[in-house]
Write a new protein. Sequence first.
Length: 263
Amino acid sequence: MKHQQLTHELSERAMLYAAGALEEPELSEYSRHLAEDDCAVCKAEVLESEAAAQSLAIMLPMQTPSGSVKQRLLAQVDTARQTERPRPAERRMPAFGWIGWLAAAAALLVAGVFVNLNLGLREEVRSLNAEVVALESQITAQRTLLVSLTSKDTRVVTLGGLSSTPQAHGKIFWDETAKVWRLYVQDLPTAPTNRTYQLWAVPATGNPASAVVFNTDASGSYMTELPEPAAAGTIKLAAVTEEPSGGSPLPTTTAFNLLGTVQ
């Protein structure tokens, strides 16, 4: 069976195979998998593990392998000790078998560092690619918004501060094509407890219509996008008043916090 993507388990199996630490029958099955299944994912990982074991031993810092790799390696070392004890006449000779196992262990540790580093880099690349996609989406949205705000079909209603908030100001960008109002408010203090702000669309005749109930943040700012109020063609003024929490069907005061004329 061919694998579609690399996993931590597949990486460890490739490391063990490259270091000659796979036991039968797993060794035979893995060799068959590489040869007959022609799994590109596992083949590539084996090549990387072999390269790491051969050429990166002096380039990467030694780190502890995962628990499963360490246990399997130590088990094979223990087996070698039990089955290949030297004869009395050979006890003075260097333990070449041990040297081979130590070399394999060192290569396996280096391979583990390399594979973990490789997996970390791949994950970082995926994360960065996702961030790039998100940023491109944001840039596209900002460009679309800029085109809308500067379009000849967008009317601008300037809101000036009155009453107790003369420093406040804002704008309504009225996109007549999309039938959308984009409200931007600055320097309007947060409404007191149990109070809120309400934007009204005021027609030439008749009662004002509520456009949105809102409150500003700690910096006195607020922005939102809302549907164009009903009977848009008759609107003459846009006004903001302070109302009870949750808003009111009609204004409860004539003290405007913000007021603008619709041209």
